[in-house]
Ligand binder design. Structure first.
Ligand SMILES: Cc1cc2nc3c(=O)[nH]c(=O)nc-3n(C[C@H](O)[C@H](O)[C@H](O)COP(=O)(O)O)c2cc1C
Length: 181
């Protein structure tokens, strides 16, 4: 059955390796017959969460910027894929800021049930993204109707567009996208 898959690409740089992977995942997910959409945080205005917790009463964030539309898309997706560069072994600051700003989801009847992670990093060791995964799992723990469903790690890519020169990794990302559902 076709599912609604939301891919959130959080790198802000042009020639982003994680966004390139995210686009391959998008192609794979679409070719598998799903309704897949990629949202990039490039050119989006997303302020830090102020911690006022008004969203826990009203279901809405008091800050009016692009986070609200993305939060709504997250709420209605069956599957969410987060793509991030590994920064100091963790997720990008902009990804963390989005997760915080999506705090209205906590009291909502969110639909997402499976969460995936796509990373790009300079280092290729298996442990490079370990803390990035743990960070995302911390968010998932707060949404008990969903589970962490797996990751695609693009390790060993540092320069912009570097991943495009690796046809094998691109193909693997496409296949990962095909197998999401
Ligand atoms: C602030 C910053 C911190 C980084 N920290 C790490 C790191 O801890 N481990 C690593 O392997 N690469 C690290 N990198 C390299 C990026 O993960 C790498 O360049 C990646 O390809 C960027 O993905 P993007 O092109 O999607 O932005 C860091 C880069 C920046 C800018």
């Amino acid at each position: 059955m076709a599912e609604n898959i939301l891919i959130i690409s959080t790198s802000l740089r042009s020639g982003s390796n994680s966004e390139t992977l995210a686009n391959e995942v998008l192609k794979g997910a679409s070719d598998a017959g799903n309704n897949a959409e990629l949202v990039s945080l490039k050119d989006k205005q997303i302020a830090f969460c102020k911690g006022c917790l008004a969203c826990q009463k009203t279901g809405k964030c008091v800050i009016k910027d692009d986070a609200n539309e993305i939060t709504e898309k997250m709420k209605n997706a069956d599957v969410i894929v987060f793509a991030t560069p590994v920064y100091y072994y963790g997720m990008s600051g902009q990804m963390k800021t989005l997760l915080d700003r999506a705090n209205s989801l906590y009291i909502s009847d969110y639909k997402f049930r499976r969460i995936f992670l796509v990373t790009a990093s300079a280092e290729a060791e298996k442990e490079t993204a370990e803390k990035t995964i743990i960070g995302l799992k911390g968010w998932i723990e707060c949404y008990p109707k969903c589970v962490y469903a797996g990751e695609f790690l693009g390790g060993g890519f540092n320069d912009p567009n570097e991943i495009k020169g690796n046809a094998g990794t691109m193909k693997e990302a496409y296949e990962f996208g095909k197998g999401l559902c």
